[in-house]
Design a protein around this ligand. Sequence first.
Ligand code: DGJ
Length: 728
Amino acid sequence: MIVIDQEQRIFTLHTSHTTYQMQADPYHVLLHAYYGPRVEEDMTYLIRRADRSHTPNPDEAGNRRDYSLDTLPQEYSTCGVGDYRIPSLEVEQADGSHAVDLRYTGYEVRKGKYTLEGLPAFWGQEAETLILFLEDPASHVVAELYYGVFEDVDLITRAVRIVNRGEKPVRLLKAASLCLDLPYAAPLDIITFAGRHMMERCPTRTPLAPGIQGVGTTRGLSSHQNNPFVMLCRPDAGEEHGLCYGAMLLYSGSFEAMAERSQLEDCRLVMGINPYHFSWTLEPGGAFQTPEAAMVCSPSGFGQMSRRFHRAIREHLLRDPYEGRRRPVLVNNWEATTFDFDADKLVEIAQAAAPMGIELLVMDDGWFGDRDDDYRALGDWAVNLRKLPGGLEALVPRIQELGMRFGIWVEPEMISEDSALYRQHPDWALAIPGRAHTRGRSQLVLDFSRQDVRDHIYGALKAVLSSAEITYVKWDANRTLATVWSAQLPSERQGEVYHRYVLGVYDMLERLHQDFPQMLIEGCAGGGGRFDAGMLYYTPQIWCSDNTDAVDRLRIQYGTSFAYPVSAMGAHVSAVPNAGTLRTTPLETRGVVAMAGTFGYEMDLSKTTPEERELMARQVRFFKEHYDLIQRGDYYRLTDPFENGPFTAWEHVSPDRREALASVVTGPVCGNPPFRTLYLRGLDPALRYRVEGGAAYSGAALMEGGYPLPMELLMGDYQSFQLYLKAE
Ligand code: DGJ
C-alpha cells in the first residue's frame, strides 16, 4: 500500500510486514526516513540534524550550519554538492563539472508494477508503483525514482530513470539502482557472497568498519567471484532472529554494491551497474534506465528474509513455462561423455534413464560444427552430422520413443577463432584495435551490443531449435569479458559497451522466450558464473556450479539459498569419485543433495549397476512424490555447513505447515559419536506430525526437543537421511 501525506510530503510504502518511508523536506531534498518492520506512524522524527562542522551547507540553508547533505539520510545520493558519502549518481555536465543536485518536483502513483523495457523486472498486477521525480535545477538532469510495492511477499523494488531535460548533452558516469541510508539501524554487519569457479556464493560476514566496504565485479558477467546480492544485519542477528536487510540487483553484468559507515556511524548501501568503464552519453531528451534492485527487510533473521525472497522470485519474477506443472527430471550427458559422444551413445543413456522415471535428455556441448574439444567451432551452430547422422530430426524421435523429451546446450555469446563464423566475421568478436586478444577457455566473446551479430546468431539458433521438438535449452557462457571495444560505437561511447552487451544478452533471451514460450531455459556460465535475479527472469533455473561433489554442494547450495529458491538451483547427481574433487560419497547422499535443487543426473547411466538403477529410480519417485513440498514449500536452513558441525540439514515445509521434509548429510565419521539431535523449524507447535513409517510427535516437541538422529547415520562418512513428516 502506498500512503502519501501531501502536506508533509511524506511517502510511505507498506508491505504486509514492512514499512519504507521518505520525505521531501522544505528545501525539496528527498530524505530517507525509515525502512523496517511495519509501523503505522510518521517516522520522520528519526531524521536528525546538528552542526557536525566540516560538512557543507547548501545555499538555501543560508547560515544554518545544522543542515548538510553530508549528514542527512538521502534517498538517492548526489555528487559534487556537499554529500561526501557514496554517490548514486555521477554526471559529467556539458561544462565539464562533476556535480548534480537533485530536488523533488513531484510524484505519480500507478496501479500494478512498472515494467522496464529491455530489462528484467519483478512483475505483478496486484503490486503498486510510486514514481518520485527529482531534478537538478542547474542542468535539468532528472532522476525518476521508481518503487514497486509487493505487499503479499514483503518486497520493494527500485529502479531509476535518468532523463536529460537540459539543452546540452551530459555524460552519466554512474547511475545506481538503489541507495539505502540506514542511520537508525547502525551498527550493522555486511554479509556478501564471494567465491570462485567450483565454489560459488560462500557467505562472508564482517562488521561494517568506518569507511567503504563492498563487492562487485568488472568481468561483464555477474561472476563466480561475487554475487549481486548483499545483506546488512544487526550484530546480534542470525538465522532465526534479529533485524536484517537483503538487497539484490537484477543484473547479469558488472555490478557494484558498496556500503559505507560514515563519520556518524550510519550506514549507506549503494548498488548498481559497476562504474568501471561505464559512461553513457545523454543527448537532450535522452534517457537511461538503470536495472532493477529489490529489497527485503526481516525482523526475524536470515531465514525469514530468504523465504520472502524465495516467494517473491517464484511468484513475481520467474516466467516458468511449467508454472503450475512440474519441471522434468533430467539427465545431462556432459560429465558422462564430455565431447566424445554420438547419437547411439545418447540413446544408450536415455535407454537407461527412461525406466528410472527420468523425463528429459539434455545433449550438452559438442553436437555442432567440428566441436570435438573446446578449442573450436563456437559460432557454427549447425548439427555435426558425423556424430548425429540425420541431424536432430533423426535423433529426437529416438529419444521420444523412449518416452522422454529432448533438450540441448548452446553458448550463443561466444566465438572460437577456429570456426567458419570467425573466418567470415573476425570483427564480430569484442577486441580493441591494435591490442592483442585476451582468450578465456581459448575462445572470444561476440559483440552482443551489435544488433547484426545478435540477429545472425539468433537466426542460426532458431533454425536448430525449430528443426525438432526441443523442450529445453541450456544457455552457457564460459568466459568473462576483457579487451572490450565495439566496432559500431564511436570512441566517446565505448563506455556503453559493457551495458549494451548485457542488454544484448537479455534481448536474445527475450526473443527465445517469445518465440518458444513453452521452452524451459536453464542459465549457466561455466557453472554458477551468472547466477543472478536478472537471469532468473529469462531462465527460471540456473546451473548452480560445475562442482557436483555432494559435500561441496552442501556449501554452494546453502550460500545460494540466502537469495534464490530451490526451484532456481540446477543440481544433479554425478558419478564418483567426483571429477572435480576426487571425493567419493554414497549415491543416496548425492541424491539427497541434488534434491535440494531442480534434481537430475549427470553421469553415464548405461554404466550403472542394477542396484544403483534401482536406487536412482527410488530417488526419482521420491522426488516426484514430494515435488510441491520441495520446489514450492518454505525453505529452512537448519545448520550452517561452513561451521563444520557433525551434520548439515535443511527442511522444506508446506505453506499450510501440514507437511515437512528434513534432509540431513553427515560429515566425516568419528569414533563413538555423541548422540545427535535435529531441531526442526517452521512446524505448527500444536499439530501432531507422524514420521513416515514411525511415531508421531507434536510440532512443539520436534522443534524444541528435536528428533534424535539414528545411530546408523553416524557410522560412515557423508551419510544421509530424510525425515518426512505429515500432520495427523
Ligand atoms: C560449462 C558448464 O557449466 C558445464 O555444465 C558444461 O555445459 C560445459 N560448460 C560444456 O562446455
